[in-house]
Write a protein that binds this ligand. Structure first.
Ligand code: ADP
Ligand code: MG
Length: 258
């Protein structure tokens, strides 16, 4: 059989096996390996590396798409010089993701616009790239989902917001929650306690949580479990959203609204 026919058959077989990247780079890889007199071993290695990298890239893209992230940003896009009071080293150390292995929590506190969601998203992106299952939800959506599952008699434990190794609950504190919702959130937190990691962002200090959560006993139990194994990052800075505006207005501290 001629080389051309063999190449065509290989390409057809690669397509059948859905090894598309190998099909794309086959001719070039053959040429480069011939030019550089590479061994069969490194030829096969080069091809497989290409395929695995493509599959991995697709997995990350798909997972990020369905994970509920409001936007995709990385830690490289975070300007630490804008938040000088934020300890760069302790934030960066979270990105080794050992907190996920240790089933610990992270809580980002601070006023609107200081980058709480950005940092939570960046950790989720890194976790996803490392093969950790992630799920992102706002507190409002989480409560709605928990209520729906409770009403339909489903345990909810099979849901991604329950079973993911890393769940991000964004914007705790924007809406007050009633006694029933408080109970459901407690169950959520208690279920994940020492079993999986949760990242929380909130614009409210812990001392204000009891006001927000109606039931004082339950809020204590919630905070107890959330904080037992946790890192709390308090960001006390200006809103990045008002960056240009603040400079124009002479660096006033931003206090109200989002
Ligand atoms: P928060 O959740 O604290 O209200 P966000 O994380 O949503 O704030 O930040 C608001 C916007 O500003 C986002 O687009 C975010 O990417 C951006 N942002 C915030 N802080 C920074 C920063 N230090 N460097 C770069 N972008 C930032
Ligand atoms: Mg936010």
């Amino acid at each position: 059989m001629s080389d051309t026919l063999v190449l065509e058959r290989i390409e057809a077989n690669l397509a059948r096996l859905r090894l598309t990247r190998m099909g794309e780079v086959l001719s070039d890889t053959i040429r480069v390996c011939e030019e550089q007199a590479k061994s069969y071993l490194s030829f096969l290695d080069d091809l497989l590396e290409e395929e695995v990298a493509r599959k991995e890239q697709r997995r990350v893209e798909t997972t990020l798409k369905i994970s509920g992230l409001p936007f995709i940003k990385t830690i490289d896009e975070f300007d630490f010089s804008f938040q000088p009071a934020l300890d760069r080293r302790s934030v960066m150390s979270l990105f080794d993701l050992t907190f996920v292995q240790r089933k610990e929590n992270i809580i980002f506190l601070g006023p609107p616009g200081v980058g709480k969601t950005h940092l939570a998203v960046a950790l989720a992106v890194k976790a996803c790239q490392s093969g950790i299952s992630i799920s992102f939800t706002t507190m409002e959506d989480l409560i709605a989902k928990l209520k729906k599952d409770h009403a339909s008699g489903k345990a909810g434990n099979a849901r991604s917001y329950y079973k993911s190794a890393l769940v991000i609950v964004d914007e705790v504190g924007y809406t007050p929650i009633d006694r029933h919702e408080c109970n459901l959130f407690y169950r959520f937190v208690a279920n994940r306690y020492e079993k999986a990691s949760t990242i929380i962002t909130s614009n409210k200090a812990f001392s204000d949580w009891s006001e927000l959560f109606t039931d004082q006993v339950i809020v204590t139990a919630i905070l107890d479990r959330l904080l037992h194994h946790s890192t709390v990052i308090n960001i006390r800075g200006n809103s990045y959203r008002l960056k240009g505006k603040l400079q124009k207005e002479g660096d006033k501290t931003y206090e109200h609204g989002q």
